[in-house]
Design a protein around this ligand. Structure first.
Ligand code: NCD
Ligand code: ZN
Length: 332
């Protein structure tokens, strides 16, 4: 049976949520991953040292004896340099959301002319800037339209590490390559689905997310870059669970819950592409290099043995629910 070993897999974009949902999601990620970049878009955003410390402790307590490093982020707002100095060693970066563009982003940035002072302090202190890069234009054009904002940031702050989160288009791949200070995360689902899967047949709330899945050409560009081991592309699941009553209703919440299926499905699609040798780079090495991280040591064995994804985890429908994946994690 084909088997591969991955060292210290990292999920560089992860929503664990709060309360009961946090209790459900944390062990599911901590089982398989050595660390994850924890998104700050809680009902009350993680935008102070106190909230950050509380959230970090909650996650750590739920990891129990599992080896898992929660790499914390702050929600972008205008911070003074002194505040950032105080918090710098506790965070991996600051996550910027345009106001209202996705789940719990109401407190995001509505005027990009106001961010300069904070971004400049981040550059000085070497705090990475993680960005949800979408405009409020037509849904299929939002990522493309945001590239001008990325360009201004990349050019005005050449020593700032900017991460384009969950890129979905061929243009984004090309843009990312042009600037040394720019990296990007790519999700599992955007490597697998297009808009056709979301709305081309019966509408699929479980596949509805921001940014919306795009065209076949876009997906091919992502796949080609990821499967060839691009050194600036990192795996970030953007695993974003919502309870079924928030998905299967009028006004479906955006987000795909992929954390519990991510590594086996990645193994499957990398294998199908003949690129299994690039999986370590995508799920760990490239993030370690781009963020200068030394993650906790953790070894995960994946084998080519089928398993069927549960229909539900708690009250959440996972990606690939009820379907069989050709690869599974070897439980030790
Ligand atoms: C995310 C969520 O639910 O928090 N939703 C999503 O569709 N990806 C937020 C985000 O990353 O946009
Ligand atoms: Zn996200």
């Amino acid at each position: 049976m084909t088997e591969i070993t991955i060292t210290s897999p990292l999920d560089m974009h992860l929503h664990l949520r709060q309360g009961d949902m946090l209790r459900l999601t944390t062990p599911l990620s901590a089982d398989f991953f050595a660390g994850g970049v924890i998104m700050p878009n809680l009902i009350e955003p993680v935008d102070s040292v106190d909230r950050l410390n509380t959230y970090h402790s909650e996650i750590q307590a739920l990891c129990k004896d599992k080896v898992f490093e929660p790499y914390m982020t702050l929600f972008f707002k205008q911070y003074k340099k002194a505040e950032l100095e105080q918090v710098k060693d506790r965070i991996i970066g600051i996550k910027l959301y345009p106001a209202g563009i996705t789940t719990q982003s109401e407190n995001g940035v509505s005027d990009f002319t106001t961010i300069e002072e904070t971004v400049s302090a981040m550059e000085e202190l070497q705090i990475p800037l993680l960005v949800h890069g979408e405009s409020n234009g037509f849904v299929m054009d939002r990522e493309q339209e945001f590239l001008s904002v990325y360009q201004t940031l990349a050019e005005n702050f050449p020593d700032l590490h900017i991460i384009m989160e969950h890129i979905t288009t061929a243009d984004s791949v090309e843009f990312m390559e042009r600037y040394d200070n720019v990296s990007a995360t790519v999700t599992l689902h955007h490597l697998m689905i297009t808009l056709d899967d979301v709305i081309g047949d019966l509408m699929r709330p479980d596949l509805f997310c921001k940014p919306i899945a795009k065209t076949q050409e876009d997906r091919s560009a992502l796949r080609n870059a990821v499967f060839s081991g691009h050194p600036k592309l990192m795996f970030g699941s953007d695993s974003a669970p919502h309870p079924r009553h928030k998905k299967e209703c009028i006004g479906c919440a955006a987000g795909v819950f992929t954390a519990p299926v991510a590594l086996p499905l990645l193994a499957q699609i990398f294998d199908e592409a003949g690129s299994l040798d690039q999986l370590q780079n995508f799920v760990s090495t490239s993030a370690c290099q781009r963020y200068q991280l030394t993650p906790p040591q953790k070894t995960i064995r994946l084998q080519q043995k089928p398993w069927t994804v549960p229909d539900f985890y708690g009250d959440v429908t996972p990606f690939y629910a009820g379907k069989t994946i050709g690869w599974s994690v070897v439980r030790t």
